[in-house]
Design a protein around this ligand. Structure first.
Ligand SMILES: Cc1cc2nc3c(=O)[nH]c(=O)nc-3n(C[C@H](O)[C@H](O)[C@H](O)COP(=O)(O)OP(=O)(O)OC[C@H]3O[C@@H](n4cnc5c(N)ncnc54)[C@H](O)[C@@H]3O)c2cc1C
Length: 400
């Protein structure tokens, strides 16, 4: 160990997980340096929650809320303190909305970053920005510190322990250690769907529920909430959450009036038809849907929009409204994706320390592991939790 025998910890990636890991490791007395590819740390944090940073959720149920939820539960059980309390201890006060989503009282994402950077500075954590780590290896000669971290341009540094927290698709870094990885693909994103049924609906928002089925008809997931039509498909928090389960070829079955069951709706429609003077099929749906949604519904039910309302097959109309099918083509706009499914295989880590089972001294944190959660603060919660656990153990002084 160099630097006055303090343990040298290198944190790769200055995102949410890396910053939390750096604070936790420095608290253990380690000399910590963050290596960050961008020109400053925490850039993505500033974009989260539309600039408000939905930094956690009060109601975390790992098995339900996360891919690899069992692993998340084990890490959570091993954490020295709940990350929400840890953030509060660092100075971040938050307010939860009715879905348990926590936002800073300031309503500003930059106050989350500022709180973290206040503590990294106080603890003497150094930031090396514009340092895209391209290679990491263990010195074969046995010289200590054993890890050598280098950038493409030849700059390099040594460390006794590493926290690898580069977010996104960082499988290439894990493969440097022959760590097993799961191929990455974006999730928490809009879905591209067949466009003909939703032609003309772009930018319209409705309250709906949706069921996602695989080509064999089995249900993969369902959800309800606001749905936003796009030229290429559908968006909205409900769709972002469903995108975690979706593949090309699946079907999305939209219920456009989830507040009524089919029998009730048919009954109401019969009475509505009898009671009113409806100018046309589309006119019959006026007051229920946006006009362009009414037109799309009529198209799907094979009803000419200007056909007389009396010609509507009400049972068919109800069927289309309660099950408006859309063929899924895949992720709609990967640039809008909020998380990556895939990454370093979780089985290769000890959940108590987040240390690699293959490379002693190497710890993993954040999105670069194969963990992702649903919308609502769950992904940042994982970043804090894993950063806290990985940093705490990476920073522990070695026994010898
Ligand atoms: C638009 C948007 C909004 C979001 N909103 C929310 C929200 O409100 N709530 C929520 O819970 N989650 C949200 N998320 C998800 C959340 O931002 C991520 O889950 C979280 O940032 C992951 O943290 P991380 O530290 O693992 O990775 P990141 O935040 O991605 O940080 C990784 C860091 O590593 C750096 N890096 C990468 N490769 C290298 C390398 N080779 N060398 C050195 N540095 C490297 C990157 O530049 C980056 O700074 C949102 C995501 C997006 C894109």
């Amino acid at each position: 160990m160099a630097a006055g025998n303090r343990k040298q910890v290198a944190v790769i990636g200055g995102g949410a997980a890396g910053l939390m890991a750096a604070i936790a490791a420095a608290r253990q007395g380690a000399n910590v340096i963050i290596y960050e590819a961008a020109d400053r740390v925490g850039k993505k944090l500033l974009r989260t929650g539309n600039g408000r940073c939905n930094y956690a959720n009060e109601r975390i149920l790992p098995l339900k809320d996360y891919h690899n939820g069992e692993f998340v539960a084990q890490v959570q059980a091993a954490a020295p303190i709940d990350p929400i309390m840890e953030l509060e201890r660092l100075g971040l006060w938050g307010r939860a909305d009715d879905a348990g989503r926590l936002y800073p009282l300031s309503n500003k994402a930059n106050s989350v970053l500022n709180v973290l950077r206040m503590h990294t500075a106080r603890l003497g954590v150094q930031e090396r920005c514009d340092f895209p780590v391209a290679d990491i290896r263990l010195d074969p000669s046995g010289v200590r510190p054993p890890f050598i971290v280098s950038a493409q341009d030849g700059r390099f540094a040594r460390a006794d322990a590493l926290v690898l927290a580069p977010g996104g698709d960082s499988n290439a870094l894990w493969r440097l250690f022959s760590h097993p990885t799961v191929k990455c693909h974006p999730v928490l994103a809009p879905l591209a769907t067949a466009s003909a049924p939703i032609k003309g609906l772009s930018d319209i928002r409705i309250q709906a529920s949706a069921k996602l089925t695989s080509p064999d008809g089995s249900c993969k997931a369902q959800d309800s909430g606001e749905l936003l039509f796009r030229d290429y498909g559908v968006s909205g928090i409900m769709i972002f959450d469903l995108s975690r389960y979706a593949s090309a070829g699946d079907m999305l079955h939209l219920d456009l009036l989830p507040d009524f069951d089919a029998f009730e709706l048919l009954d109401r429609f019969k009475k509505r038809l009898e009671a009113g003077q409806w100018p046309s099929a589309v006119g019959f749906l006026e007051g229920i849907f946006h006009e362009r949604v009414s037109q799309a519904v009529c198209r799907a039910a094979h009803i000419a929009p200007n056909a007389p309302a009396t010609s509507i097959d009400l049972a068919e109309l109800v069927m289309v409204i309660k099950d408006f099918p859309l063929l899924v083509r895949g992720i709609g706009d990967a640039k809008q994706a909020q998380a990556m499914r895939g990454g370093a295989t979780v089985d290769a880590f000890d959940p108590v320390t987040l240390e690699s089972r293959l490379v002693p001294g190497l710890h993993g944190a954040g999105e670069s592991l194969d963990v992702d959660g649903r919308c609502g603060g769950f992904n940042l919660y994982w970043a804090w939790l894993s950063g806290l656990v990985a940093g705490t153990h990476a920073g522990l002084p070695d026994a010898d």
